[in-house]
Design a protein. Structure first.
Length: 68
C-alpha cells in the first residue's frame, strides 16, 4: 500500500511529460502530412519528374488559352 503513494505522483508526472511531448510534436508539424511519407517511399523519382513536367505543360496550356 505504501508503494502506491510513490506510483501515483510518478504516473501523473509521466503523463504530463507525454502530453507535453504530444503538444510539442503537433506544434512542430509532425502530424501535418499523414500520407506523404508513405507515398514518397512507394513512388519512383523518375515518375515524379515526368508528372511534374506534365503538370507544367498543362499549366502552360491553360495560361495560354486564358490569355487569348
Amino acid at each position: 500500500m505504501d508503494v502506491i503513494y510513490g506510483l501515483i505522483p510518478s504516473m501523473i508526472f509521466i503523463g504530463l511529460v507525454l502530453v507535453g511531448l504530444l503538444f510539442w510534436s503537433i506544434r512542430s508539424g509532425q502530424f501535418d502530412d499523414f500520407e506523404g511519407e508513405g507515398h514518397r517511399i512507394l513512388m519512383d523519382e523518375d515518375v515524379e519528374l515526368k508528372k511534374t513536367n506534365k503538370e507544367k505543360k498543362v499549366s502552360e496550356t491553360i495560361t495560354e488559352t486564358e490569355g487569348k
